[in-house]
Design a protein around this ligand. Structure first.
Ligand code: GRF
Length: 196
């Protein structure tokens, strides 16, 4: 049984999808969510974790005077819970090199577009979907990828496509993409578990 640590900043619907996959879906018997860490106090994902009796922590970046000190705190918590894989699920922060070093080749992220397009600094949330629509793309999608020092540039684990419909609003496209994220994230975790 592999231990997953999930880092969040918000609603945590991807966290929920991973929890559900571990409890009763494609990850059942293979993985469990061992710990959840948020960098925002009001992240609803913290409540989701608590409902499933998963240890969940909020660490305020402002309480730490250096990124590395903040990172050590998170890293320590992940280690305490013997985390094998770290999933970023709506975690709105660049990952500190110290965390990358402590969890080498163990951190993955989900991005709501078909990378390498529509990725990088500033490309998050509605900015992504607005840009996809403005460019007149006929399809968008989901990318799960390994995390390195540069936003959205690590090796791709899995991608899933969704159509962009005529007259789509960013909200409509976001909802279509998010529904696929919830399937794709557990699939990507299963894929890397199978690869050993
Ligand atoms: C998702 O669209 C994810 O791709 C992006 O942030 C959003 C998080 O949603 N990185 P949630 O917090 O998992 O509901």
């Amino acid at each position: 049984m592999k231990n997953i640590g999930v880092l969040i900043s918000g609603g945590g619907s991807n966290l929920q999808a991973i929890i559900d996959a571990c409890e009763s879906g494609i990850l059942k018997g293979l993985a469990r969510v061992a710990v959840v860490v948020s960098n925002r106090a009001d992240a609803y994902g913290l409540e989701r974790a608590e409902k499933h009796k998963i240890p969940a922590f909020f660490f305020n970046p402002r309480d730490f005077n250096a990124n590395s000190a903040y990172c050590s705190m998170i890293s320590g918590e992940l280690r305490k819970h013997k985390v094998d894989i770290v999933c970023l699920a709506g975690y709105m922060s660049l990952i500190d090199p110290c965390l990358l070093n402590d969890f080498k080749n163990k951190i993955i992220n989900i991005h709501p577009a078909l990378l390498p397009k529509y990725g990088g600094k500033g490309m998050y949330g509605h900015h992504v979907h607005k840009a996809v629509i403005a460019a007149g793309e006929s399809e968008s999608g989901v990318t799960v990828h390994w995390v390195n020092e540069v936003y959205d540039s690590g090796e791709i684990i899995l991608q899933r496509k969704v159509p962009v419909l005529i007259n789509d609003t960013p909200e409509e496209l976001a909802a279509r993409v998010l529904a696929v994220e919830h399937i794709a994230y557990p699939e990507a975790i299963l894929k890397i578990l199978k690869q050993g």
